[in-house]
Design a protein around this ligand. Sequence first.
Ligand code: FAD
Length: 319
Amino acid sequence: MNRAGHIPFKHPEIRLNHYDKRRPEQYCSQATYLMRAGLQSRILLPSDSGYNACEKSYFSNTAKLKLACIIRPTFNSQVSTALRALVATNEKFAIRSGVYTLLIGLNNIHGGVTIDLSLLNSVRFDSASETHGRVVAGGREGETGVAGLLLREGNTWMTARNGFACDNVVAFEGVLADGLIVTANRNTHADLFRALKGGSNNFRIVVGFTMSTIRPPPLVFAQHCIAAGGNALGLEHNTSDGILLQRNTMLKTLDQKELTYPRVKACIRAVDEYTATIDGGLLEWLYLNYADEYQDVLRSYSAENVEFMRAVSRKCDPQ
Ligand SMILES: Cc1cc2nc3c(=O)[nH]c(=O)nc-3n(C[C@H](O)[C@H](O)[C@H](O)COP(=O)(O)OP(=O)(O)OC[C@H]3O[C@@H](n4cnc5c(N)ncnc54)[C@H](O)[C@@H]3O)c2cc1C
């Protein structure tokens, strides 16, 4: 473990930023090293207003720790400067990106410095390559952090077809312990390139990923339905795939239904209302086997298909 919390300011030679209202004794020793390296504007101390928001951003409440300070670089060169300063002073530090890891101590460090890379989030496209109708491998949940996913394997919706997300990385740009920024790919630093794919944070701080693009999954619903001669579901009108949401509760006694049933309905309604705010987000179709009695499944098949089924019914059962 690193030195804990707030250690009195020992470096009076460091000039405080003119706008910096913190008192010198509010700085921990780690922060003073980083300030001395010129990173004053990038440091967050527990007493700073932005610190709480940063702490709050952890996906898991159980993964939060009290840090000495957070450093939030906005340029790769600042990562390099920070790393050099921390290594030179033998300070322990942690690296965080999307903070989606649930385990404590992986993306933060009690009493130490956490390098928060979430501001290094720019995306560039290779103008020479085709950028329309292509995707990159990402987490199956939309907000999953990128760096942790790509450095720690990365299971995606397309893993069976395109390998793990890390296998779709063409090059890693990263900062080595001596502060040098180097690119690792198949031809340059090939061993590092290979080790980073699944090697997590053990080799360098990665500040950039170059990824190959892949074909998105086919429009399975609509295409299968049309190819198989059509069905009664009305899905042939959909131009994109959807997510099938099923909400269940397990009850010990029937009287518990009174309490849970309205909540389940409210939850489904909230999802519907939210997805309706997204362009093309709400798929009206309901799945018969998962639907509840209050849901009008046949209506969700479209008026045209309901009429079609009525016609078939009249034909089969004229009475
Ligand atoms: C709701 C949810 C859904 C998820 N879905 C998926 C999924 O579909 N597929 C899947 O594979 N995983 C999934 N995960 C797991 C998730 O991908 C991993 O926890 C991943 O590590 C998170 O990445 P992150 O950028 O948020 O990493 P962080 O939590 O910030 O860090 C994770 C680890 O990576 C290191 N690290 C982060 N950034 C860097 C960097 N730039 N350089 C060096 N080391 C770095 C950190 O030090 C830490 O050890 C999911 C997690 C949650 C909570």
